[in-house]
Design a protein around this ligand. Structure first.
Ligand code: SIN
Length: 513
């Protein structure tokens, strides 16, 4: 591919072609914008795989205050209340916005949007499209809308490698394509790069999502929030397939139960049982597996005969694994699913680096706290994309004059993956985290293909080591209780490297709470 970038100079650049990136581009129109995607639009975006839909208080028995209460409860004391309130109040409008872009939501025979139930929601408020293929349907509509918007220049096959920062602000993007390096001059960049599934062996996300946006922001000096909070979904289909097929919480919403090999419903003793917040269910399943049991989802009675019709994607994944859910139990285990932490942003998506915004999973708005409430993330991406676009449109920034672009290696997560998988799973402890920090630091300093994934892993591991408590999805076996005060965490790459170095020579990391 050969790209003439000169006529594109000065345009805002959006990095990432999932729901957050597409919505930001659409809201920016008619301002000309450049949208970079590593792959053909939608091909490797975790958005496309989303089964759960968008949470929005649309029911007659619901309102944003109830949605907020459920979000705060699931977030285990760490949500930013003000931010959460603003986002959840805007959620019903986000459904309308998507419908306006042509998304065909599932509806009742009367024509109203059908509302599903997922764990830790006190009301039916999950809006789906195409049953368990919500992400696919939303992406279909948004990709079509983007392709038919002449002011959005989509460049596929171009991967951002570095953000250029001069005098403390963004002046461009160094990218790479099949014909070599490219420099894009711009003073306005939006990261919409998704999550970190590719840093884990067991994940429900595309393996190509390995924290590239976090690495770009880290090298630009951005501040991150709550990086230690990684959500594990309790019901990934247990088998050899990687990434692991997800079995949506909506299946439990329709009555499926979790049992072990003896048929025992071992969540009986857990408050809320199958409907407890996701971190609690994931830990219970994890512990039962660690105790030598096998764990299954039983859909035979409920949803029963309607399962395959209601959940065609999941039924097909079961079929490929040789499981007939009408007759067989479905083996499950927890798998990495979502990153609550990310680049720290304000309500307009502004990061700590002037000229850099972030939207979607790569960002940390404070909505999710220590444990995301199911289906709040697509809602967040759609709601916040509008505010990000408004902020970008209201800013200026032409970018720098730098003409030469150097080629940087494509990030390779294979060295970091086993380290993160071992140390940063459903449960953590000081010994495992220190081991990960020790192994990751030299990888960061090698400045090769392993370095960016290792830098992301190092920041997460140091943040997890420093949080000496258990809260939400961060469960420390050596600190099993809440700390007296709930505090969001902040870190930068420099601080993580300094802490890791100091850790080699002093007990500093033992003593910081
Ligand atoms: C699910 O369908 O269980 C996943 C939904 C989500 O992660 O929000």
């Amino acid at each position: 591919m050969s790209i003439d970038v000169h006529h594109l100079a000065g345009r805002p650049v959006i990095i990432g072609g999932g729901i957050a990136g597409l919505m930001t581009a659409l809201h920016l129109a008619p301002e000309p914008v450049l949208l970079l995607s590593r792959t053909p639009l939608g091909a490797d975006a975790s958005s496309t795989w989303a089964q759960g839909g968008l949470a929005a208080s649309l029911g007659d028995d619901d309102d944003p205050a109830l949605h907020l209460a459920d979000t705060l409860a699931a977030g285990d004391g760490l949500c930013d209340r003000e931010m959460a309130s603003r986002i959840l109040n805007a959620a019903p409008g986000a459904i309308e916005t998507l419908a306006g872009f042509g998304v065909r939501f599932d509806r009742t025979p009367e024509g109203t949007v059908r509302l599903g139930l997922e764990a830790a929601h006190s009301r039916r408020r999950i809006v789906h499209a195409g049953g368990d293929g919500s992400g696919r349907e939303i992406m279909r509509a948004l990709v079509a809308a983007v392709r038919s918007t002449p002011t959005i220049e989509v460049v596929e096959g171009l991967e951002a490698r570095r953000l250029v920062v001069e005098d403390g602000r963004i002046t461009g993007v160094l990218a790479s394509c099949s014909t070599g390096p490219v420099f894009l001059a711009t003073g306005r960049v939006v990261l919409a790069t998704g999550g970190i599934g590719g840093l884990f062996h067991d994940s429900t996300n595309p393996l190509g999502s390995c924290g590239q946006g976090l690495a770009l922001a880290a090298r630009a000096g951005a501040i991150f929030a709550d990086l230690e909070f990684i959500q594990f979904h309790p019901t990934a289909l247990d088998g050899p397939c990687r990434p692991m097929p997800l079995i949506s919480e909506a299946v439990r919403g329709e009555g499926a139960i979790i049992v072990d090999e003896t048929g025992r419903r071992f969540l009986d003793g857990v408050r809320g049982a199958e409907f407890a917040p996701r971190d609690i269910v994931a830990r219970a399943v994890w512990r039962h597996l660690a105790d030598g049991h096998r764990v299954f989802l039983d859909v035979r009675e409920k949803p029963g005969a309607t399962f395959a019709r209601q959940f065609p994607t999941i039924a097909s994944a079961c079929g490929k694994a040789g499981i007939d859910p009408a007759r067989d139990l479905i083996p499950i285990r927890p798998a990495q699913h979502y990153h609550m932490g990310g680049v720290a942003v304000d309500l307009a998506g502004r990061t700590s680096v002037p000229g850099l915004w972030a939207c979607g999973e790569v960002a940390s708005t404070g909505l999710h706290g220590a444990n995301r409430l199911a289906s709040n993330s697509l809602t967040e991406a759609v709601v916040c994309a509008r505010w990000v676009a408004e902020s970008v449109a209201g800013s200026s920034g032409d970018g720098g004059k730098r003409a030469t672009a150097t080629d940087l290696p494509q990030p390779d997560p294979r060295s970091a993956r086993p380290l993160l998988s071992r140390a940063l799973g459903v449960t953590r402890d000081s010994e495992g985290l220190k081991e990960a920090v020790r192994a990751l630091l030299p990888l960061v300093q090698r400045h090769d293909a392993a370095s960016d994934p290792a830098a992301v892993g190092l920041m997460i591991a140091v943040a997890a080591l420093l949080r000496q408590e258990s809260r939400g999805a961060h469960s420390r076996t050596d600190f099993p209780h809440h700390a007296a005060v709930a505090r969001r965490s902040q870190i930068t790459l420099d601080a993580a490297i300094a802490a890791a170095r100091e850790f080699g020579s002093s007990p500093m990391l033992e003593s910081v709470a």
